[in-house]
Each structure stands twice: as structure tokens, then as C-alpha cells.
Design a protein around this ligand. Structure first.
Ligand SMILES: [Zn+2]
Length: 343
């Protein structure tokens, strides 16, 4: 990792000084020098570091000098790493030749070992002195959607997920844990000491792992239902529109919502089901019964339609609108293929 970082900085230095993120130019200018100064680093890793450097330069348009910590995560292409997911063995190019390492695949991911490997990253946890191998996998042939059995899912803060078939995913345990984390975080933040900062970091790791676990559990239950298509709001689009104000903004900024989507997606694809992202506009204001759209229909978690009188939990109403949007999206599919292709 240290050698890789050294190669990275040789490339970034040249790119920064010459205001260029062109990979070929960078290669021509730095390759020989890098090989000479770090002879132990395999050439494909030198190239990997160079590509990484050029991408970092491009990201900042050469305005600032991209820094890399000596033990930052490294991306490995298929030439420098061989991964056997089934047996949990990886052979990795290193400064000491190819080394063989074994790894453990968490049970949540065991069903996907037959998928093809897209990319690999190795990171190092200094505190626990362990290396992590991150693999992203790809499923090549999603099946065609046969029937329109759609489930709408509304993601939220109070209720993590509410489904159009009346299922609410929230638990006292989750709520309590979240509240405790929030309290501890506030306490530690107000202290501001070095040790408090360290504890804060550890806390956020714990919180993250807990959230991941919850998302695994919820996505599994959703995907294993009788539904074949799962409709969710497209979060990236809402960011611009800001239709739902404060609640939605915090919703967008937090990773658990995106992670839940990812988990539903890959668990669904593994068994030939689909995820559909729909336009989220008005999902909270619109009545899922008569389509009357009015801001005042919703008050906190209560939804009361001023036109037809429907009284329903606001999140459930939203999830039904999402399901409805999914259905119209699928039926439009034949004439407007670019609009909303199930992904
Ligand atoms: Zn209504």
C-alpha cells in the first residue's frame, strides 16, 4: 500500500505540475521513473496507481493537489488479483510477489458467489489490523418482466420501509438503538476532546454495522414476498426538486436509504425479480384512492384526503402511490423505453 501510494504521488505530481489528467501522457512521463524508484511494485500496480492518480486529478480539474494516505484502500484490476469466491482464496500481486490470502464471506452474501466479479478493492483497518477485500459483483442477464406484480416501498426515518401491502418495517429495538446512538453522539460531540473524537469514530462504525444489519433483514423480507417488481422512489431526482422539505433532505443525505435500495436490488436480481425507480413527486400529497393532490392532505404521519375522505397512514399512502407510479411506468414501457427501464 505504501509503495502504491508512492507511485500514485509520482503520477499526481507530474499531472498537477503539467495540469493534465491524460493517462497516456502521464504514463510516458512517469512510468520509467516510478519503476526505477519503486522496483518492487509490479508494473500493473504502477499502472493502477497512475490511473487512480489521473482520475483524482480529473475529479478536481487539477485545481488542488490530490493527496492519498499511505494506507488508503487500493483498487485491484483482474490482472493483479485472482479471487476464488467459493473457496475464499485470493492471490494478490504485491511488492513481495504474488501472495495467497484467505477470506471469509459473510453469510448475507453467500447466495451471490456465482455472479461475475466486476472490481476488487483492498482496504486496511489499522485499529484491528485486518485487511478487507471488497468485491463488487455483476449479474449479467436479468430476466424479462413477465407479470406486473408490483410492491411500492416508501423509505422513511420513522418507519424504515412501508410497503403498499400494509407492511410496516420499524421496530422498537431499532428505534431505541438509534435514539441511544444519537444521544451518545451528542454527548461526545459536546465534549470535543481527543478521546471523545476517537469514541465518536468507533460509535459511527457501530451504528453503521447496525444499520447494515437492519437493511439486510428488511430487504430479505421484502424480496422474499410474493411480489416480483419492487418500486422505490428515485432519490437522486428528488434532491433537485426538494418537494418534501426538511424530512426529505435528511432522507437523501443518509446512506441507509441508498443501501436499502442496493440490498433490495441485488437480492431481487438474484432470484429473477426487479427493482423499478419511479418519480417521487407528490407521493406524499396525493391521495392514493382518488388522486386528489393537495399539500394539506398530509399532517405528519396522518393522511386525510380533503376530497374523498380517505384516512390512512401517510407513509402507507405514499407507498401505494409509489406502487401506482410503478404500474403506470411499466405500462408505458412499450412506447417510451427510455423513460423508465427496470433496472
Ligand atoms: Zn382521495
Amino acid at each position: 500500500m505504501r509503495a502504491y501510494t508512492k507511485a500514485f504521488s509520482i503520477s499526481t505530481k507530474w499531472g498537477f505540475e503539467n495540469r493534465s489528467w491524460n493517462k497516456v501522457d502521464n504514463h510516458n512521463a512517469t512510468y520509467k521513473l516510478t519503476r526505477q524508484s519503486i522496483p518492487d511494485l509490479p508494473s500493473s500496480l504502477v499502472q493502477g496507481a497512475r490511473d487512480c492518480a489521473c482520475e483524482a486529478l480529473k475529479a478536481v480539474k487539477c485545481e488542488t493537489f490530490p493527496e492519498r494516505k499511505p494506507l488508503s484502500a487500493m483498487r485491484y484490476n483482474q490482472r493483479v488479483i485472482t479471487v476464488n469466491l467459493v473457496h475464499g482464496i485470493a492471490t494478490i500481486a504485491s511488492t513481495k510477489g504474488r501472495i495467497k490470502a484467505t477470506f471469509f464471506v459473510p453469510s448475507n452474501y453467500r447466495d451471490y458467489l456465482s455472479w461475475s466479479i466486476k472490481s476488487s478493492t483492498i482496504s486496511y483497518d489499522r485499529r484491528n489490523k485486518v485487511f478487507y477485500l471488497h468485491i463488487s459483483l455483476e449479474h449479467s442477464d436479468p430476466e424479462k418482466i413477465a407479470d406486473l406484480n408490483i410492491l411500492g416501498i416508501d423509505r422513511g426515518i420513522v418507519n424504515i420501509a412501508v410497503c403498499s401491502d400494509n407492511r410496516f418495517f420499524n421496530s422498537k429495538k431499532t428505534k431505541n438503538r438509534r435514539a441511544r446512538y444519537a444521544y451518545l453522539r451528542k454527548e461526545l460531540q459536546s465534549k470535543g476532546t481527543k478521546s471523545a473524537k476517537r469514541k465518536l469514530k468507533r460509535l459511527s462504525g457501530k451504528e453503521r454495522r447496525f444499520g447494515t444489519d437492519v437493511n439486510h433483514c428488511i430487504s430479505k423480507q421484502i424480496v422474499n414476498s410474493e411480489y416480483t417488481v419492487f418500486a422505490l422512489e428515485e432519490l437522486s431526482k428528488i434532491r433537485v426538486q426538494k418537494r418534501r422539505g426538511k424530512e426529505f433532505n435528511s432522507k437523501l443525505n443518509s446512506w441507509p436509504f441508498y443501501q436499502l435500495e442496493q440490498f433490495i436490488r441485488y437480492k431481487a436480481e438474484a432470484i429473477g425479480k426487479h427493482v423499478l425507480l419511479v418519480d417521487a413527486r407528490y407521493t406524499s400529497q396525493k391521495c392514493s384512492n382518488c388522486e386528489h393532490t393537495y399539500k394539506g392532505n398530509r399532517e405528519g404521519s396522518a393522511f386525510l384526503c380533503r376530497k374523498c375522505g380517505l384516512e390512512i397512514h401517510a407513509d402507507l399512502n405514499a407507498s401505494r402511490n409509489i406502487a401506482q407510479a410503478g404500474i403506470s411506468c411499466l405500462s408505458r414501457l412499450s412506447c417510451q423505453p427510455a423513460e423508465c427501464i427496470p433496472t
